[in-house]
Write a protein that binds this ligand. Structure first.
Ligand SMILES: C[S@@+](CC[C@H](N)C(=O)[O-])C[C@H]1O[C@@H](n2cnc3c(N)ncnc32)[C@H](O)[C@@H]1O
Length: 357
């Protein structure tokens, strides 16, 4: 690896962020364990309930800091990880954040989402990006992983992703991004997210995974005897069943904004503010909190300490754990100069084994 100081940043940057033609990435099979990641530390900005935390600690990393403005999210984080997250990032002085190797941030997505208002940086929540910039400037982590909605790459005709990449390049980081789908990481949830990775070490080609992981069947996600409160009313069930039929069970029925219903052996993306019944198991019932957590890759020993509606919101906001894990692993590999996959592998290839919903 060549340090960023020794290269022309602009050239390195251009090379690193050359847009990739594929957004359905071929992934790299099982991610090999690497003991050398053990000592790395991380800061978890906009931590939510800790999708990044679970991923990073799975890799043997050590948390040094977390923050989230939402009291319920902090309650869950505290109960599960024994860490008291700080609150509003705008009030946090970078000098008060311990040094860390990797900065992780799933920053609020509303300004960039098709569900949100698409105002991008004119929305005050969009300006939270500049809070991340401030903290990167103050702490100089060696690696960075950012997560946001898929539309981050296209909103405002690509100017938002360009600004983020420009800012990272200006700070001396080599960066790359991809839209990754949780389906390709073994979770039965079609959740496409923009993942941005950056490192102070220059890389020619980021070691993204190269082959999909086997899909976990819905049977392993669904609870066998959910409480009656999770069942939709007879009226809603009748209405759905009058408009859609499938012999496949289990299947997740999805009603889109236009009222069309489709069903799949996986869930469409969990959403924090979605209507109550937009995803129904077999057209009959909502997911339980444990099922929602499983759909995001959280382990079963993750404690549920908030009420159902909070857990629904929190899981709808979370980063899928195996997606986060793959990105963090790639950044750690780049920093250590020891890519575990991707580099030297056969060229990326499109995969289309999932029907589009
Ligand atoms: C997309 S979610 C991140 C979820 C997280 N990656 C996870 O796995 O649970 C964005 C988070 O940013 C938090 N947030 C919004 N504004 C904030 C602010 N000013 N300071 C700190 N956190 C904030 C929200 O409460 C929310 O939990």
């Amino acid at each position: 690896m060549v340090s960023t100081e020794k290269v022309n940043r602009r050239d390195g940057y251009r090379q690193a962020v050359t847009p990739l033609k594929l957004n359905r990435v071929a992934l790299g099979g099982h991610l090999p364990g690497r003991g050398s990641a053990v000592q790395k530390s991380f800061a978890d900005l906009f931590c939510g309930i800790g999708g990044f935390h679970v991923a990073a600690t799975n890799l043997g990393m050590r948390p040094v800091f977390a923050c989230d403005i939402d009291e319920e999210a902090r309650k869950s984080y505290r109960a599960n990880f024994g860490i008291e997250p700080s609150g509003d990032i705008r009030a946090i002085d970078a000098a008060n954040i311990p040094d860390h190797d990797i900065l992780l941030a799933g920053f609020p997505c509303q300004p960039f989402s098709i569900i949100g208002n698409m105002q991008a940086f004119s929305d005050p929540r969009g300006t939270l990006w500049f809070e991340i910039v401030r903290i990167i400037e103050g702490k100089r982590p060696r690696g960075i992983v950012l997560e946001n909605v898929k539309q981050l790459t296209t909103v405002a005709r690509g100017t938002v992703i360009r600004q983020i990449l420009d800012d990272l390049a200006g700070l001396g980081y080599c960066a790359d991004y991809r839209v990754l789908n949780a389906l390709d990481f073994g979770l039965p949830q079609k959740r496409e997210r923009t993942i941005i990775v950056a490192s102070i070490e220059r890389f020619e080609r980021f070691p993204w995974p190269t082959a999909p992981l086997p899909l976990k069947p819905l049977e392993e996600i669904l609870e066998s005897d959910p409480a009656p409160k999770y069942y939709a009313s007879a009226h809603i069930r009748r209405k759905r069943q009058a408009r859609h039929h499938t012999d496949i069970r289990p299947a997740i029925w999805h009603e889109n904004k236009g009222g069309n219903i489709s069903s799949h052996p996986w869930a469409c993306a969990l959403r924090a503010g979605a209507s109550y019944n937009y995803l129904l198991v077999d057209g009959e019932r909502r997911f339980t909190p444990r099922e929602l957590l499983r759909l995001q890759g959280f382990p079963d020993d993750f404690g549920i300490v908030c009420n159902d509606s909070q857990t629904r919101k929190q899981t709808g906001n979370a980063v899928p754990v195996p997606v986060a894990e793959a990105a963090i692993r790639g950044v750690v590999d780049v920093i250590q100069g020891s890519p575990s996959y991707g580099v030297g592998a056969p060229p990326y290839r499109a995969i289309s084994f999932w029907p589009d919903p």
